[in-house]
Design a protein around this ligand. Structure first.
Ligand SMILES: Nc1ncnc2c1ncn2[C@@H]1O[C@H](COP(=O)(O)OP(=O)(O)OP(=O)(O)O)[C@@H](O)[C@H]1O
Length: 581
């Protein structure tokens, strides 16, 4: 069994070292188990940010301890410390595929590495499905790598339980996830889903590893949701993805079939020629890390980059565009930008914008109370107010999917576009007839038509994009590794300067961590019909038009739902004594 080592449930036996990752509700640290000096990872789940009770967590932790597969991460033990659940697990020294791509491979990995990573992940899925589990959150951010090339699927168990048990499987019939990876049947109420939903997510993950981002990842959650349901499935493009083999393209296409019954099982997919020819990960995966700085330095640098980008995001779009353009012309890279640039950018941030980003919770709340949803029967338009539009850039969104014609076959409705208001606000994409999601049949179409103002920033001249390490060969990376440490401290100073800029007086907040582990904001969505909403949900319904509803309760979900009726303090001893080791 995975957790054969014995670790104590005493927090003072652990020394938390650097932060190596963060997700919707957790921060992960490299840590030492002091009695043996073992290096391990401790995932600290903030129970205040999870709407699950300790019984659910305990049950799920027990399930997690029964996992025994070399490609699935397991928990050595877990216990409650104050308002956190600590999950002790093996330290995967190269972090997630997502982090690795964000730091060093923004355009994705080469096919041999992708083949190895996917094959190991598929073995994990095959195992989980045989055990009767659905992972539900397969994505690059949950595929962890060790320095010897080992690949493990993470985030099965406790954190999945947090959301599933707290939301989907109980009265609210709601779930949390990242919509880019979600299968159409998961997003469509009433259709029901099974382990094939993981196969869809697996196909999306393949595209993510191939391109450096998931399809539709630049779009707000609601739009992704609509695109997933309405558009043809994404895939590897004949022209754009010439470098990839036919068998890779074919394998992805098999996963991304809308009809779940036509998708292969994990077991069957493993027999596909793409996987038969995959290289052992110690050959193809291991070399991805050559010359890279330690994980915690990479993570820190990404956090600083996020912070700086958030500061930029808060600028009026025209000014952003102007700065972007001038950066582009001057070829300013991440690490050679002028400090005056940052000061200038910071000075463009309006104070009221700072208030908006200051507090995630208040933002959700204002969304909740001001959102105005409208989708008339058959031909209505669902407009969300300004507060809703802000969610498109990284805020988790809560949506209830309700039974109506708005999204189903006959009701395919170009005007039922929830994001229109938001897009107009941000100037992301407009055309005369509204939002052009219906005509688009591939990611490429959509990106080409819609993301002009976003894409160049990301790929060419974002002020803190780690350009110096992007697109370089591994020998260059060795070089860059030395620079990396210095640059981190320089960036640190620069971000401090941003913080001190006169018109940017509020604290510089990272984007909500809910979005940090994916390249698109997570979505909270219910899988149920209107009737499945409990009374409280109905009572808090802001408006239902068509299939969508926005409820004030939903929007305050993370903030308002108590962990459980049991006091956490009092349950601490109880839970710790029943720790799963
Ligand atoms: N055992 C580990 N060793 C090293 N890094 C890890 C480990 N577990 C998690 N991480 C890092 O921490 C990040 C967040 O962890 P995790 O995905 O478990 O958090 P979460 O809150 O459940 O995230 P999500 O937003 O996906 O729900 C991962 O993407 C990965 O980069």
């Amino acid at each position: 069994m995975g957790g054969s080592r014995s670790y104590s449930a005493n927090p003072s036996d652990y020394k938390l070292l650097e932060e190596v990752g963060y997700g919707a509700s957790a921060t992960v640290y490299r840590a030492i188990f002091l009695p043996t000096n073992d290096i391990i990872a401790v995932k600290c789940l903030d129970l205040d940010r999870c709407n699950s009770n300790l019984d659910d967590i305990r049950r799920e932790a027990q399930t997690m301890s029964l996992i025994d597969h070399p490609n699935v991460i397991w928990a050595y033990c877990s216990f409650v410390v104050d308002h956190n659940l600590w999950v002790v697990m093996p330290f995967m020294s190269e972090g997630s595929c997502l982090h690795l791509m964000k730091s060093a491979y923004p355009d994705g990995f080469e096919e041999p590495a992708i083949g190895s990573v996917l094959k190991e992940t598929l073995k994990a899925l095959d195992y989980l499905h045989r055990q009767g589990h659905i992972h539900r959150d397969v994505k690059a951010g949950n595929i962890l790598l060790d320095n010897n090339g080992t690949v493990k699927l993470a985030d099965f168990g406790v954190s999945a339980c947090m959301f599933d048990a707290g939301d989907r499987q109980r009265s609210r019939n709601t779930f949390v996830g990242t919509p880019c990876w979600m299968a159409p049947e998961v997003l469509q109420p009433g259709s029901g889903y099974n382990s094939k939903a993981d196969i869809w997510s697996f196909g999306i993950t393949a595209l993510e590893l191939a391109h450096g981002h998931a399809p539709f990842s630049k779009y707000p959650p609601m739009k992704v949701l609509l695109m997933t349901i309405q558009n043809a499935p994404p895939g590897l493009d004949y022209d754009r993805d010439k470098k990839f083999s036919k068998s890779f393209k074919e394998m992805v296409a098999m996963c991304l079939v809308k009809d779940q019954t036509k998708r292969p099982t994990a077991e069957k997919l493993l027999k596909h020629s793409f996987f038969k020819h995959a290289k052992p990960p110690e050959l193809s995966v291991k070399k991805l890390f050559a010359g890279l700085p330690p994980l915690w330095n990479r993570v820190k640098s990404l956090q600083l980059k996020d912070a700086a980008q958030l500061a930029l995001k808060k600028m009026p779009s025209a000014e952003q565009e102007a700065i972007s353009q001038s950066e582009y012309q001057r070829g300013v890279s991440a690490w050679n930008f002028d400090i005056e640039d940052l000061k200038a950018q910071a000075s463009l941030v309006r104070d009221d914008d700072i208030h908006e980003c200051k507090d995630d919770e208040s933002m959700k709340s204002s969304f909740g109370h001001k959102a105005e949803a409208y989708c008339g029967s058959g031909l209505g338009t669902l407009n969300l107010s300004r507060e809703v539009s802000q969610s498109e850039f990284g805020e988790p969104m809560t949506i209830d999917l309700l039974q109506s014609d708005c999204l189903n076959g006959k009701g395919k409705n170009p005007e039922c576009d929830i994001v229109e208001a938001g897009l107009h606000e941000k100037g992301l994409r407009k055309n005369g007839s509204g939002i052009d999601i219906m005509a688009s049949t591939s990611e490429k179409d959509v990106v080409m038509t819609g993301a002009k103002s976003v894409k160049p920033r990301q790929t060419q001249s974002g002020p803190l994009t780690p350009g110096a390490i992007l697109n370089h060969s591994s020998s260059e990376r060795v070089h860059n590794s030395e620079r990396f440490e210095n640059e981190i401290s320089q960036v640190n100073e620069r971000v401090c300067l941003v913080r001190k800029a006169p018109s940017f007086s509020g604290p510089l907040m990272l984007p909500t961590r809910a979005s940090a582990n994916s390249l698109s904001a997570p979505i909270k969505s219910s899988g149920g019909f209107r009737d499945s909403l409990d009374d409280k949900s109905k009572a808090n319904l802001v408006q239902i038009k068509g299939r969508f509803s926005v409820t004030s309760e939903n929007l305050d979900l993370v903030k308002d739902i108590p962990l459980s009726s049991v006091s956490r303090r009092s349950s601490q001893v109880d839970f710790a004594s029943q720790k799963v080791c």
